[in-house]
Write a protein that binds this ligand. Structure first.
Ligand SMILES: *[C@@H]1O[C@H](CO)[C@@H](O)[C@H](O)[C@H]1NC(C)=O
Ligand SMILES: *[C@@H]1O[C@H](CO)[C@@H](O)[C@H](O)[C@H]1NC(C)=O
Length: 380
């Protein structure tokens, strides 16, 4: 089935000869699909063109959507969970992963190839792989089921292998085919800014999926007579999206700046003394190959980030006016940093909370209501 699918997608790529001029700078593809629900997809089932009406999908994505309709709400859910995790990871930063103001989009858009774009693409890609892999295990997708991964080394042979596991391999492949296809439909001239962006996106998409796969681990559960652990069943389990968020946030901080060289390949911007290649070019000495292997799970970016201080509609940035900051903090949420030196206003907020709770026989807890006032600092 999987081989069939891949062949099918390859064919689709060949068929996707229509000139695809919508650029990577369009509103993010995940926006419309994250708003998709099973209900509206089924409602459009007879007209057969729902996928074509989803704005933001590339022609290749629309074709895959037609073929794997049941996957689409799952893709949307995966993207949504990823963006939710993105908001969590960046809740205290100037850039907080939110959608542009007044738009009906879901999630941020990135006109520049910044670190923030790198993070967003990688986590959405991981999120989609994650949700597809999980849904395979749950049996809600027609073309996949539980993981058929072999018993990994390190899982004791006494234990049962083959509990129904998350199908990370299928999730990985589907996400790769569906998400990356838009980056291959370009036909951009080499060295153009869009081609660089497209290479960057593909790279970061792959980092998200690869890390998800790498952190999918065997998990075991005991069963046996009266709580003894003389039987164990083990299966493959995906990491949580929180784990992925933490992991990718570290990668974000360590992201590497790249440029596109004369041959149209990605290249890490050289530090003063050394140059190392990210590209998959043949040859090169052993050391640079080792380096490029190490780079395979690093996020890469092309452009410096703006400071995200001011709202800029055309750049899709929100600015930090109105954000809650913390006076005592020495992190990114300190009023100095978050408000970009503009200062802040302090408000007194009244909050009701339960207090002085007492247990009353039998069986309830009775509380009083207390009024607390707290001070809230808001960026000017
Ligand atoms: C992010 O910042 C914007 C603008 O400052 C604010 O409106 C929005 O609620 C924030 N989002 C989250 C998830 O905190
Ligand atoms: C409100 O004040 C009381 C007493 O000072 C305290 O125990 C409680 O934790 C406070 N609640 C909140 C929500 O800050």
């Amino acid at each position: 089935m999987l081989i069939g699918m891949t062949a099918c997608l390859t064919l689709l790529l060949l068929l996707a000869a229509l000139p695809y001029t919508a650029s990577v700078l369009d509103a993010a593809w995940w926006s419309s699909i994250a708003q998709l629900s099973t209900a509206n997809l089924l409602a459009g089932a007879e007209t057969k063109s729902t996928c074509l009406t989803l704005s933001g999908l590339s022609p290749g994505q629309a074709r895959i959507c037609e073929l794997f309709k049941d996957h689409m709400p799952v893709v949307g859910e995966g993207a949504k969970q990823a963006l939710h995790e993105c908001e969590h990871q960046f809740r205290n930063e100037r850039w907080n992963c939110s959608k542009p103001p007044g738009s009906d989009l879901v999630g941020p858009i990135h006109k520049l190839g910044t670190r923030e774009a790198a993070f967003t693409y990688s986590i959405v890609s991981a999120g989609v792989s994650h949700e597809i892999g999980r849904s395979c295990r749950l049996g809600v997708l027609q073309s996949c089921g539980c993981s058929t991964a072999e018993r990994p080394q390190g899982v004791d042979t006494q234990w049962n292998w083959g509990g129904c596991g998350d199908n990370v391999d299928y999730g990985y492949r589907f996400a790769r085919d569906f998400i990356d296809v838009r980056e291959k439909e370009d036909g951009f001239p080499k060295r153009s800014a869009d081609r660089g962006r497209s290479l960057m996106n593909r790279w970061n998409n792959e980092v998200g999926r690869k890390l998800l796969k790498r952190h999918t681990r065997p998990k075991c559960k005991c069963h046996g007579v009266s709580g003894s652990c003389n039987m164990k069943t083990c299966w493959m389990q995906l990491p949580s999206m929180r784990q992925m968020g933490n992991l990718l946030a570290n990668k974000y901080r360590a992201a590497r700046r790249i440029q596109i060289n004369a041959r149209g390949n990605m290249q890490v911007v050289s530090q003063p003394e050394k140059r190392d290649q990210v590209s998959r070019t043949k040859g090169g000495d052993r050391q640079s190959r080792r380096k490029s292997r190490a780079l395979q799970t690093e996020l890469v970016y092309l452009d410096d980030s703006p400071d995200y201080c001011a709202a800029d509609r055309s750049a899709g940035t929100l600015g930090t006016q109105g954000r809650v900051c913390r006076r005592g903090s020495n992190g990114a949420d300190s009023c100095d940093l978050l408000c970009c030196g503009r200062g802040y206003n302090t408000y007194t907020k009244e909050m009701q909370s339960k207090c002085n709770c007492k247990f009353q026989w039998c069986c309830k807890v009775v509380c009083q209501t207390c009024l607390n006032t707290t001070q809230v600092d808001i960026c000017k």
